[in-house]
Design a protein around this ligand. Structure first.
Ligand code: SF4
Length: 324
């Protein structure tokens, strides 16, 4: 039987190159080998954005348009919206009965995010129970493989724990999912920090030429390389980090920088060309997809129907085993 992959993203709107190289490239590879379920986690978005939900739906459309633009194929994969499959919430409730509060307080991401996110009050039940909802998402589809970054491994361990507990109490229903570690998702942003929309340092998928020019010009470079002939240190330079990923000839660029054969102005000009070439087809495809709102909505509706079929089946088994 073909193994099942589950993965999700919170709908935060348009995606950036960090999402592409950190997550989507892998999703595209997986879709030719496995049965893949990719979800817009709009219920999860509520855990932090509960006071203003006005952008969540539009953000889902933009995000799914980006998935399709880069090559996630709705004919091969199931693309859907969490809130339209009510079984997620039902399983979340059932699993929450088996979850000791102490275990949730111990989750490293809970502590970290409480520290980091200062502009919203996160002392709520939903935020604490985030890993339980995530477990419900994964277990509902009896997923075998879940692609995750290092920071999500603890959540997957939690999912296996809760699956073991449930299976132990009531009978073997859940498959214990395995993580597939995605390679370092740390893609540098314009200012040298991790690329993130909250830092306002991203290059978005489909950015046009003028935007690219503006963004590349603002990229952080080696502060010690002022004149063209100065010896450069490419390893601390954002322009070089982009070259390493997008330019097949990056070793040559490294050498030219280190030996003062190229200056930052011309190095940036060449990166603009490389990025434009990479982005042009994406930008054109994205424009067509986003203009056809009906198409994206149909993809989501079909995906939700397919996801519901599986989710319903699992919930029927659960009802039976729980003697409801
Ligand atoms: Fe960075 Fe290029 Fe300048 Fe070297 S020449 S510091 S790689 S921008």
């Amino acid at each position: 039987m073909t193994k099942r992959v589950f993965s999700a993203m919170r709908p935060t709107g348009r995606l950036h190159l960090g999402h592409y190289f950190g997550v989507l490239e892998n999703w595209i590879k997986l879709q030719s080998e496995y049965e893949c379920y990719y979800m817009s986690a709009d219920l999860h978005a509520l855990t932090t954005d509960y006071s203003d939900t006005s952008k969540i739906d539009r953000n889902t459309l933009e995000m799914i348009a980006d998935w399709i633009t880069v090559g996630v194929n709705p004919n091969k994969t199931v693309l859907f919206k969490q809130s339209k499959v009510p079984q997620h919430s039902e399983l979340f409730l059932i699993l929450s009965m088996l979850t000791p509060l102490k275990r949730l307080y111990m989750c490293p991401t809970y502590k970290e995010q409480l520290k980091e996110i200062k502009n919203r009050n996160l002392h709520n039940y939903g935020f604490l129970g985030y890993p339980v909802l995530m477990s419900a998402d994964i277990l509902l589809y009896k997923s075998n493989i879940v692609p995750v970054g290092e920071d999500q491994v603890a959540h997957l361990e939690f999912t296996r724990e809760i699956a073991r507990k449930f299976n132990g109490f009531y009978g073997e229903i859940f498959v214990k999912p395995q993580e597939q570690l995605t390679k370092a998702a740390k893609f540098l942003g314009l200012d040298g920090r991790k690329m993130s929309k909250s830092y306002n340092n991203s290059i978005l998928l489909g950015d046009d030429n003028d935007v690219l020019k503006y963004k590349v010009k603002s990229m952080f470079t080696d502060p010690l390389k002022i004149k063209k002939n100065d010896i450069g240190h490419p390893n601390g330079c954002v322009v070089f980090s982009f070259n390493k990923i997008l330019n097949r000839d990056y070793k040559n660029r490294e050498e030219e920088c280190k030996t003062g054969k190229i200056g930052c102005v011309s190095c940036k000009k060449q990166l603009i060309e490389i990025l434009s070439e990479f982005m042009k087809p994406l930008s054109e495809k994205r424009k067509d997809i986003i203009a056809d709102k009906n198409y994206i909505e149909n993809v989501i509706t079909t995906g939700c129907q397919k996801a519901t079929e599986i989710a319903q089946k699992t919930m029927e088994e659960i009802h039976k085993i729980l003697k409801f």
